[in-house]
Design a protein around this ligand. Structure first.
Ligand code: PTJ
Length: 259
């Protein structure tokens, strides 16, 4: 076990430091991959650029994502080490409100990590967790990482999949299989962000609770109203909005203004 910081509640970076502690602890417990620590750091850098808040294009993408998950016949939520480390209770809650099963799906797959993540999710209130051990018996063609293994009852037969913090090859393989892919990724330039159908450029710690709120707002809409929300959403345009937002913010900051 490493040395852990005691973070003063009024520390200006308390939120960020708490997340760091959560990922470090999860790595020590065998939940998070070592590469997950690096991925977290990259996410933090992009979060700095957007101002560590859910910006308007992220909220728009969140609503479109929830609309598509409500409309889905068989939605599935993929869970990796970073998701289990940062939002275990929230992802279980989202899975319940949307009636979308949780599936453990790992880039760095080991039996020990699968079981550790399953147990985090069960402890957080999940009734069932797909994709563990022999349950991940189907394969996504053309994928060479361990992420090719999926559960026939889950991602394999899903029409809409939420894959937060995903890698680019897998996103493209899921697209080729005809899945509608939603991701949460702080990097608007990543291959995943660029190739998903809906990209929520936001910290997963804010995005998942926002999705639960969006569900409450959208759940009574008709299927036509939900479909029209989706038709108005264009991922490429929305990602451009994110990049323009960062550009405008940096311009203001470069002129010495504080936001
Ligand atoms: O648990 P595993 O074995 O499945 O491995 C998970 C990681 C994240 C290590 C694996 O999927 C990976 O290597 O991912 P990448 O290719 O590094 O992509 C992760 C993306 O997530 C990057 O674009 C980061 O900017 C972004 N990211 C990191 N932290 C967050 C985030 N996006 C949203 N919220 C975060 N907290």
């Amino acid at each position: 076990m490493g040395i852990h910081l005691k973070i003063p509640r009024n520390h200006v970076r308390a939120h960020s430091l708490k997340k760091r502690e959560a990922v470090i602890r999860a790595e020590e417990k065998g939940i998070l991959a070592k590469a997950g620590l690096i991925a977290h750091g990259r996410g933090e850098a992009f979060d700095y650029l957007i101002g560590e808040t859910s910006i308007p294009p992220a909220i728009f993408a969140t609503k479109a994502a929830v609309a598509s998950l409500i409309l889905a016949a068989h939605p599935v939520i993929s869970v990796n080490g970073n998701v289990a480390a940062l939002v275990p209770r929230e992802i279980v809650r989202l899975s319940k409100v949307l009636n979308a099963p949780l599936e453990v799906n790992l880039f760095f797959r080991t039996r020990r990590r699968e079981e550790a993540i399953k147990s985090v999710l069960l402890k957080a209130g999940a009734k069932e967790v797909l994709g563990v051990g022999r349950d991940a018996s189907a394969t996504i063609p053309e994928l060479f990482s361990e992420r090719r293994r999926v559960d026939p009852r889950g991602i394999y037969s899903a029409d809409v999949v939420l894959v937060p913090l995903e890698d680019g090859d897998r996103t493209m393989a899921l697209k080729r299989l005809g899945k509608f892919v939603i991701t949460i990724d702080l990097n608007p330039l990543s291959r995943t962000a660029q190739s998903a159908d809906i990209t929520i450029v936001d910290d997963i710690v804010r995005a998942v609770p926002n999705m639960i709120e969006a569900y409450k707002e959208l759940k009574d809409l008709s299927r036509e109203e939900l479909a029209s929300l989706l038709t108005r959403f264009d991922n490429r345009k929305n990602l451009s909005e994110v990049i323009l937002y960062i550009r405008d913010r940096l311009k203001i900051l470069s002129e010495g203004e504080h936001l």
